[in-house]
Design a protein around this ligand. Structure first.
Ligand code: PGA
Length: 241
């Protein structure tokens, strides 16, 4: 793992967007794995700026998002589909047909998992996967568990995740389930970029950096990936030496 520490979230946003831009210049039809949450927002802001100044285009880019809630419409204001449109897709020249999401309301979750795996394979695999990390060490919605997962599946969200994300839903109780890419699907990405900011992430980062690979700390699996960059602000790096 290539661990890089930055002063703050803004600096990570710039550096992470640079990694995406380098790939898009080299490979304009790259397959991008994208993440939601507060952490990637500065990265997306910088990508929009780069698109606006003409240094990158999303015209031939294909995207796969990590996860989607179950039980809310994809056009709901809290869906990850809406989040990605508001924070990136509506501001750049990506084609709607090149945007891929898991369907949180699929009638058959196993068939939906197979569909997503086949779509990723047909696109040639994910070139660069962006990840945030949960305070409990989750990546996508792979919560601490007894075993690492493989392909996408329907997950029961943990209380820690609900406590972190309920704020976006205000008074409406947030969904208890989501469809998420599995650990195997994430690990098959050619390159991975994990970004983490703030003191709340410091414990998960410390456990990941310790090198012990365990499904109780899902992000620790990244120790087994050959091409992973970790970008941390000083607070998230606060417990590592
Ligand atoms: P956050 O979420 O960026 O909103 O902290 C990260 C995650 O849960 O993966």
């Amino acid at each position: 793992m290539d661990v890089r520490v930055f002063k703050n979230a803004e600096e990570i946003g710039k550096a992470a967007a640079e990694i995406y831009a380098e790939l898009l210049v080299k490979k304009p039809n790259a397959v991008l794995g994208l993440a939601t949450g507060a952490t990637p927002v500065p990265t997306y802001k910088n990508l929009i700026k780069m698109y606006e100044d003409g240094s990158i285009s999303f015209k031939d880019v294909v995207t796969f998002n990590l996860d989607e809630y179950c039980g809310i419409d994809k056009n709901d204001k809290n869906s990850y589909y809406t989040f990605m449109h508001e924070n990136l897709f509506s501001h750049v020249d990506i084609k709607e047909e090149n945007i891929n999401f898991l369907d949180g309301n699929a009638a058959d979750y196993e068939a939906e998992s197979r569909r997503y795996a086949e779509a990723i394979k047909a696109a040639g695999g994910i070139d660069l996967q962006l990840l945030g990390v949960g305070t409990n060490g989750h990546i996508a919605f792979n919560e601490p568990a007894d075993e690492f997962t493989d392909e996408a599946f329907r997950v029961t969200l943990t209380q820690s995740t609900i406590d972190s994300n309920q704020k976006y839903f205000g008074d409406i109780p947030m969904p208890r389930y989501a469809m998420t890419m599995g650990i195997g699907s994430i690990m098959r990405s050619k390159k991975i970029l994990l970004i983490a900011t703030g003191e709340k992430k410091a414990d998960a980062i410390k456990k990941m950096i310790s090198g012990e690979v365990t499904p109780r700390v899902p992000c620790s699996i990244l120790n087994n990936h050959a091409d992973t960059i970790i970008m941390l602000d000083e607070a998230a790096a606060g417990l590592i030496k």
